[in-house]
Design a protein around this ligand. Structure first.
Ligand SMILES: Cc1ncc(C[n+]2csc(CCOP(=O)(O)OP(=O)(O)O)c2C)c(N)n1
Ligand SMILES: [Mg+2]
Length: 242
């Protein structure tokens, strides 16, 4: 959101209906998010009874980062009534099924082909639902479209944990090239690479006023997720996924 929209949002009280209206008018994906919030809340009692029958896994405290290990830690540690924002693009394929063994939660995800709605959706969800922790699973390239949302999260002291999936590339598009049998040259590969220089997500978050730290292995990720859970405001974890 542009800074002008952010300041309009800032004068409203958390939970104010107008926040949803503003989000819907200034960011079309938020309209879909509002729909899903309503749909998922209707399923809450059903998912609660299913979740209570499932055994919650243990957090992973050793080893390298993998999508399965991250899923397990998230399922183990996400607080009751978390709101999960999924813009994990290529990394998070096990997230949806795997997190069903965690506490009862709601799930909001990218609703179409256009990327970049993760950060604003997390921000809007936190404004709409004070008292609940939002956990945003955010691919790095997509996150760069709307990273200024972090400033809103800091200003409004929103309870958002962002996990940036930092592979420093447009991994899914590399996969699409492989799927069509392309043999990309240097120029094509450079277009799908967002390294050189590497983006310092911890520095970026701090610049917007959000506490942040980097996780290079599962021990660090599990520690940082516990730390984030203890915060009342926003926290960003740069998770090194490649
Ligand atoms: C608004 C918009 N711009 C560009 C694209 C094209 N696009 C699709 S996926 C993608 C890269 C996603 O990269 P990242 O978010 O880092 O996820 P990863 O593939 O690394 O998991 C891009 C640029 C799009 N879908 N929507
Ligand atoms: Mg990426």
């Amino acid at each position: 959101m542009a800074p002008s929209s952010i300041s309009r949002l800032a004068v409203m009280e958390p939970g104010d209906q107008r926040v949803g209206q503003l989000m819907a008018s200034s960011f079309p994906a938020a309209r879909c998010a509002a729909f899903w919030t309503s749909a998922t809340s209707r399923c809450a009692s059903l998912s609660a009874s299913i979740a209570s029958e499932m055994k919650r896994p243990e957090a992973v405290t050793a080893g390298g980062i993998s999508a399965e290990a991250v899923t397990q830690t998230l399922a183990a540690l996400m607080p009751e009534d978390s709101i999960i924002i999924d813009e994990s693009v290529s990394f998070g394929r096990p997230f949806f099924n795997g997190l069903s063994s965690g506490h009862r939660h709601d799930w909001l995800q990218i609703t179409g082909g256009a990327i970049g709605n993760g950060f604003p959706m997390a921000t809007g969800a936190a404004v709409a639902c004070p008292g609940r922790r939002v956990i945003a699973l955010q691919a790095d390239g997509a996150g760069l479209f709307t990273v200024q949302s972090l400033w809103t999260q800091a200003r409004e002291k929103l309870a958002v944990t962002t996990v940036v999936l930092s592979n420093r590339k447009y991994q899914i598009l590399l996969g699409e090239l492989a799927n069509v049998g392309a043999n990309p040259g240097r120029t094509a590969l450079d277009m799908l690479d967002i390294g050189r220089p590497d983006i310092d997500w911890v520095g970026l978050a701090r610049a917007f006023g959000v506490e942040a730290a980097k996780a290079g292995n599962m021990e660090q990720f599990t520690d940082l997720l516990q730390t984030a859970n203890e915060r009342s405001g926003p926290f960003l974890i740069e998770l090194m996924t490649a």
